[in-house]
Design a protein around this ligand. Structure first.
Ligand code: ADP
Length: 436
């Protein structure tokens, strides 16, 4: 799975990079378009002011150097130097005509600066088709002190107007962005589907393998038992009957496991909660696994450090959780030394199962809780299994509103820690946690 997913991951990385580049290019062009519109606006306003000079004869003898008479102290203010203060109403009328003629359709405030009083003598509001807030009549034009009279043009909504001019650009960028989001979503969905398909195929392979071997053994043993004169060899008969019993028990156990896992698939997992001591449950789980512990020569250590290990939870489910974790610790360790501890953290109970096994690489640590997920190197797996155990464990822990985490380093071992939160899994009055 690791190798197969690598190309896919590279594909995803490449597509993400591509999407990021497209977005960056689009933003660059949007910014460029904004600067272009800004320049266009400025040119059009300058042309309108030049028209104003021509229409109203505002200066004497400067006809060739009108550019020099226009200043732009800020982006939205234009100052046009004049010889004498003109009549404001004529100015307002002429300016509106010029602005419309040069396609400047945003509202504007025009004022006449009196250099004697160093203030605006009079001001008028020009309401053009693209007016944003008619109340902007209240917007005051900033005063720029000069020793000559000038006409000040103030465009309070210049930026909004420019953005509006870019409407089609913004809409097309938005559509492109939506399309990219859709594209990324589909890629992610495909990746997920492929992942599910691969994991399920692995499960079917495992499943077949897991059931095929015991069934063949049973078949061979049954054939032997059917041989004539088998009754005359009671030793052989009992040995082969034993094999059949052993293999059937194994199959029964596997089927039971699958049924339990199917049961945890329910949306609302029913829990039968009771008060019990987690330390005792751990001891029972160890006792249950005694045959396996002896067979694999497992060294098991316990350290019960919790002040109060009484919890209110589903005992049989938590028992299976412990069995799964301990079995994994045995399964994935060569010479297993397992340490099971309970301790308290912020009054909540923690159960940890630590082993000295093969460990789990960082990139797999989150995924091992997913259904059917198994860590493989190529197509090989060090131990048998369906990749369902930890998924089952997580579902049970989640149903108790608990938390499970894994700390592991390849080659050094793994520690699985379950945290049972006091507020969800203690019955008031029955537990003494927090009361000491
Ligand atoms: P299974 O053991 O049946 O494969 P699990 O869901 O129990 O399925 O575990 C998923 C995967 O997590 C295993 O295939 C294994 O690669 C890894 N794993 C689980 N527990 C351990 C452990 N204690 N040490 C190392 N790897 C582990």
């Amino acid at each position: 799975m690791v190798i197969r997913s690598k190309t896919l991951r590279l594909g995803i990385l490449f597509s993400t990079l591509l999407v990021a580049i497209i977005i960056a290019v689009q933003l660059f062009w949007l910014q460029k378009e904004y600067f272009f519109e800004e320049k266009q606006f400025s040119t059009n306003v300058s042309k309108s002011i030049k028209g104003l000079y021509e229409d109203m004869h505002l200066v004497e003898g400067h006809s060739l150097n009108i550019e020099k008479l226009i200043e732009t102290p800020t982006n939205d203010v234009y100052l046009a130097r004049v010889d004498q203060m003109p009549d404001i109403d004529t100015l307002r009328l002429t300016l509106s005509k010029e602005l419309v003629a040069f396609d400047v359709f945003t509202d504007c405030k025009v004022a006449i600066y009196d250099n004697a009083s160093q203030a605006y003598a009079t001001a008028k509001y020009i309401d053009l088709p693209d007016t944003y807030h008619p109340s902007s009549d209240n917007n005051d034009i900033p005063v720029f002190k000069k020793d000559y009279p000038y006409i000040a043009l103030f465009f309070p909504h210049r930026s909004q107007y420019i953005v509006k001019q870019m409407f089609s650009w913004i809409v097309s960028s938005g559509i492109l962005l939506l399309a990219l989001i859709g594209f990324s979503g589909s890629i992610f969905y495909l990746y997920r589907q492929k992942f599910l398909y691969e994991t399920q195929r692995d499960f079917v392979n495992n499943f077949t393998h897991e059931f095929k071997t015991p069934l063949s053994v049973i078949k061979i043993a049954a054939d032997v038992l059917q041989q004539p004169f088998i009754n005359e060899k009671p030793d052989k008969l009992s040995r082969y009957a034993g094999i059949i019993t052993e293999q059937t028990a194994y199959l029964q156990q596997q089927v039971q496991r699958l049924l339990e896992i199917a049961f945890t698939d329910q949306e609302d997992l029913p829990l039968v909660k009771e008060n019990f001591n987690a330390d005792e449950l751990i001891q029972q789980a160890i006792a249950h696994l005694q045959p396996l512990i002896e067979e694999k020569k497992v060294k098991i250590e316990t350290s019960f450090r919790a002040r109060d290990a009484i919890i209110h939870a589903d005992r049989s489910h938590l028992f299976l959780v412990l069995i799964n974790l301990i079995e994994n610790a045995v399964k994935y360790s060569r010479q297993p030394i397992i340490e099971i501890s309970t301790y308290q953290k912020d009054n909540d109970l923690c159960i940890s199962v630590k082993d000295n096994g093969m460990g789990i690489a960082k990139e797999h640590q989150k995924k091992i809780f997913e259904r059917f997920y198994r860590v493989t190197s190529g197509n090989l797996h060090p131990a048998k299994g369906f990749g369902l155990g930890l998924n089952f464990v997580k579902k049970i822990v989640d149903a108790h509103f608990g938390k499970i985490e894994v700390q592991s380093e390849p080659g050094k071992g793994s520690t699985f820690i379950i945290k049972i939160f006091k507020k969800y899994n203690y019955e008031p009055g029955k537990s003494s946690i927090g009361r000491r």
